[in-house]
Design a protein around this ligand. Structure first.
Ligand code: ASP
Length: 447
């Protein structure tokens, strides 16, 4: 059994968290590959090391003293070293980073130092070998991870016993350090799981997996025991943020389950993300709705153009204005001759009136309306497939609570329903769907 375990920033925020990580790793001999993020926030007033490093960069660039910021980072690591009784030469490590900053370094090199230093501390503390991600995670020039090269490098450098590899960065063909997008340590963990053929990729964070509804809205929300990849994609698209999107593919392509776990509650089994849940569902059937998620802040541009359905190329022309303004379109609910184009409000913040003006002039619609402050909610679930009357129940539940549904989208795979309501009804809608589909089913299954 091989497990790749990745710890997020909150799991390594201070010495106390390092101790929890050690207990988790050493309690299972299969946990031989450890990937770490940079130290996260210890408290709400604290700062993530990566954020501080990103802030240092313009100081270096504009010649403003970065020491007040940089010394916060050094103090954090020195404290961890002292509290854990480590012996590594942090003074030399910081001297080297400062030296590079004086000479002028790349942003990627600087911001990768959080993971690098956390990895060094964790390796010593666990008694594992340290393998620098710059030596084993290879990027191609197009910015994608070169899996073949990474496999070659990693296999050549893997020592006997456990290893700690910093997440979030690797190196380009010329040797320069390159970082991934924020939260990228999830990707490193998944890539390593793929290469070493892990049986499971455990992603340790500060929540016990995915919840049916955001616990800030539904405080007693149940945890989702397992989801398949399509459900995960549908849920994370509209807001459930547990895993970096790009972390799915490397594990999925080798059919490696991803287990989201909580470092602060290690006995909780968390959420399993699988290619196919059907076998396990037989013993433990899922709720009809796996997750309810959503986001506020959408804008709908609705236009009516009589006889447009017979006009060849109409859609292409209409949508080209969004492409020209680099705005991606989320949904296009439509009726004969009438279309609503839903976009994120922030995406059109500076170009909404240019787009509307263009449509008015070039498309000459018979009617044109703009509506802001729309919230989209997705109800997702493999159990929703072929459940007769489910959309009806959902709509009547919302209606009973006086929530007006303005948009509704249902795909033919029946994986989910997306609907649009007013922003200010967002929380209430999530709570009433939860009460209808989860709390009631929970009561029934207990009865
Ligand atoms: N430390 C990086 C970030 O804060 C990467 C990661 O944590 O995965 O985004």
């Amino acid at each position: 059994m091989i497990k790749v375990v990745k710890f997020g920033g909150s799991s390594v925020a201070n010495a106390e968290q390092f101790k929890k990580v050690k207990d988790i790793v050493l309690s299972d001999p299969a946990r031989k590959f450890v990937v770490t993020s940079a130290c996260g926030k210890e408290s709400s007033e604290d700062h993530k090391v990566t954020d501080l490093l990103y802030l240092c960069e313009p100081h270096v660039r504009y010649g403003v003293s970065y020491e007040p910021l940089f010394s916060l980072i050094e103090e954090k690591y020195q404290r961890i070293k002292r509290d854990l009784g480590l012996t590594l030469d942090l003074d030399a490590e910081f001297a080297k980073i400062r030296g590079t900053m004086k000479k002028g370094m790349s942003t990627d090199y600087l911001v990768s130092r959080g993971e690098y230093l956390t990895g060094l501390c964790l390796a010593e503390y666990l008694g594992y070998s340290f393998v620098d991600a710059a030596d084993v995670i290879a990027f191609a020039y197009n910015g994608e991870i070169d899996m073949e090269k990474t496999e070659e490098l990693l296999s050549a450098r893997l020592p006997e016993g456990g290893v700690v590899i910093p997440g979030f960065y690797g190196s380009l063909p010329g040797g320069a350090v390159r970082v991934m997008s924020r939260g990228g340590s999830d990707i490193t963990g998944s890539v390593i799981a793929n290469i070493v053929g892990a049986d499971v990729y455990e992603n340790w964070t500060d929540v016990s997996g995915i919840y049916v509804a955001d616990p800030r809205i539904v405080p007693d929300s149940v945890r989702v025991a397992r989801v398949n990849y399509s459900e995960l994609r549908a849920l994370s698209y509209l807001g459930a943020n547990v895993l970096h999107d790009d972390a799915v593919f490397p594990a999925r392509s080798k059919n490696i389950p991803i287990n989201i776990r909580n470092t602060n509650d290690p006995v909780n089994r968390g959420t399993m993300i699988l290619n196919d849940c059907s076998e396990l569902d037989k013993d433990e059937p899922p709720y009809t709705v796996t997750g309810i998620t959503g986001r506020k802040g959408f804008t709908g541009i609705t236009l009516v153009k009589n006889h447009s359905t017979t006009e060849v190329g109409f859609f292409r022309r209409l949508l080209s204005v969004f492409e020209d303004h680099h705005v991606s379109i989320e949904y296009i609910p439509s009726m004969v001759d009438s279309y609503t184009i839903i976009v994120r409000s922030e995406a059109v913040a500076n170009c909404l009136y240019d787009i509307v003006g263009w449509i008015r002039e070039k498309i000459k619609p018979d009617a044109l309306m703009v509506e802001e402050h729309i919230a989209l909610i997705a109800c997702v679930g493999r159990g929703m497939n072929h459940k007769l009357g489910l959309s009806g129940q959902l709509l009547s539940e919302l209606g009973a609570h006086g929530i007006n549904v303005k948009i509704i989208e249902l795909t033919s795979d029946e994986l989910g329903i997306v609907f649009g309501i007013d922003d200010d009804k967002f929380e209430e809608a999530i709570r009433c769907i939860y009460a209808k589909f989860i709390a009631e089913e929970k009561k029934e299954s207990r009865a």
